[in-house]
Ligand binder design. Structure first.
Ligand code: BG6
Length: 487
């Protein structure tokens, strides 16, 4: 189907995610001709907005996020409808069903419905069940449920949530969003690996010494103190985005490019993660941090009154071990944090060094081969090699082969959402996380969080605007490695 017909129902339509990501993404799909005229969007939230107010907000959000001319903006916005909604009240749902039936006549969307939950997670279960109980899944077309994170707070709560949702929806109707999986260069990991003999044959513990995955941000907690302080960097970033990137880097080649085959390879990696044992061991594998005042401004505890005594981590670095045949002994170092020096998402694959140095006088200048995958803000790959320095004698110098994608700087994320929303419309689940992946990721981070909960951290331990706590450098130094620069 190239122009699928659908009604998208957004729960939480007055929220930040809708404004910053969802409306602009749907607009781009429209502009790019990925969706035709047969679509409608129904926005739901508590506020008593009218269709007109809603459409105005939609236009505003698009004007803020897009720089080019929006000629067809009004026509686009006319597809948007608003209903004031109480998620716990079944009459809200019957009313919604009426509206959907009406719109399905008007737009010929064949009864295809997407329910997108872009709101507080405590209502995910309730909404899923109300949708089912009030008959909203009984249209003639397909129905799909899109769920934003956080998917639970730990393994137990995630499982309870999943069970609750599964009472109303089948696994293949559930689309759990991890927006990193919509990023162009994250999707490229698989292609770079499996389409290139020169990498894939070396992609194991015989030739790779370690892999480093960084996602650093300059932003702090912004307006999200309430959510973030309950979550922390480990739940916010590691359980989902970081471990998903590890899975893509470490998985075996799928036998086919179907969602089932790819997922099953990713699940195998997540199953092989070596769980961190309690207290003493966690210190050897994980470092947590919280920013204090620094060049980028005030400390985390000063960001909001309720954060005054917070021991929530805004930074985490870890050494992840994968106990399988391919990766035994190869550390995957991950790190992510708020208020760091640069915004950067980057993967560095460090190959083992040659056995003997013939060409470098100065041993310290020797450079192992690196494959760097730049995810953001630059998109591309760089291969670090050694070659002869021009002139007399045989002296080597490090050189770089670079390829840059024509990605649009900085605004990668709306594009990620654009791709994921489209995938959901056409029913491609490849870049959404299956329950099994979510479950194994939670088990892994739960072990770390449990160990941490037994001791009080010494926070703050890094300056806002730095590269994180020093302990994160020692994590690699004791293995004889160091973090490669991210810029
Ligand atoms: C989100 C986290 O999932 O990812 C945020 O909740 C974080 O805290 C964001 O800022 C980072 O995404 P990106 O695409 O900017 O790297």
């Amino acid at each position: 189907v190239d122009k699928p017909n659908v009604v998208i129902v957004i729960f939480g339509a007055t929220g930040d995610l809708s404004k910053r990501k969802l409306f602009p993404s749907i607009y781009r799909l429209y502009q790019n001709g990925k969706i035709g005229e047969d679509f409608a969007v129904v926005g739901l939230a508590r506020r008593p907005w009218t269709n007109d107010i809603f459409r105005e907000k939609v236009c505003e959000s698009i004007n803020e996020s897009e720089s080019n001319n929006q000629i067809d903006l009004e026509a686009f916005a006319s597809h948007f409808y608003y209903q004031s909604f109480d998620v716990t009240d079944s009459s809200s749902y019957t009313h919604l069903d009426g509206l959907l039936n009406h719109l399905e006549g008007q737009y010929q969307t064949d009864g295809n419905r997407i329910f997108y939950l872009a709101m507080a997670p405590e209502y995910f279960g309730t909404i899923a069940n109300q949708i089912e109980q009030n008959g909203l899944k009984e249209s003639v077309g397909w129905t799909r449920l899109v769920i934003e994170k956080p998917f639970g707070h730990d393994h137990i709560s995630a499982k309870a949530l999943n069970n609750q949702i599964r009472l109303a929806f089948n696994e293949d109707q559930i689309y759990r969003i991890d927006h990193y999986l919509g990023k162009e260069m994250v999707q490229n990991i698989e292609v770079i690996r499996f389409a290139n003999g020169i990498f894939e044959h070396l992609w194991n513990n015989r030739f790779i010494s370690n892999i480093q995955v960084t996602s650093s941000e300059k932003l702090g907690v912004e307006e999200r103190a309430r959510y973030y302080d309950r979550s922390g960097a480990t739940r916010d970033m590691v359980q989902n985005h970081m471990l998903q990137m590890v899975a893509l880097l470490a998985m075996e080649p799928p036998i086919k490019l179907t969602p089932e085959e790819i997922r099953s390879e990713k699940v195998k990696v997540l199953r092989a993660l070596r769980l961190v044992e309690p207290t003493e061991e966690v210190e050897n594998y994980f470092v947590r941090g919280q920013y204090g005042p620094g060049p980028l401004g005030k400390g985390y505890r000063e960001e909001a009154p309720e954060l005054k005594n917070s021991i929530t981590e805004t930074y985490v670095a870890g050494k992840v071990m994968i106990d399988n045949y391919r990766w035994a002994g190869v550390p995957f170092y991950i790190r992510t944090g708020k208020k760091m020096k640069e915004k950067s998402i980057k993967i560095v694959v460090e190959f083992k060094d040659i056995p003997m140095n013939l060409y470098y006088k100065d041993e310290a200048k020797r450079h192992p081969n690196l494959l760097v995958i730049n995810i953001q803000p630059d998109e591309g790959i760089t291969l670090h090699l050694n070659a002869k320095k021009a002139g007399i004698g045989s002296i080597a110098q490090p050189i770089e082969l670079s390829y840059t994608n024509n990605g649009v700087d900085g605004i990668n994320t709306p594009e990620a959402y654009e791709k994921l929303i489209y995938d959901c419309i056409i029913g491609d689940t490849t870049n959404f996380t299956h329950w099994d992946e979510v479950a194994y990721s939670w088990k892994y981070v739960d072990a770390v969080l449990d160990a941490w909960s037994k001791t009080e951290p010494l926070f703050p331990n890094y300056a806002a605007g730095s590269m994180g706590p020093e302990a994160a450098d020692r994590l690699l130094e004791k293995d004889g490695f160091h973090w490669w620069p991210i810029t």
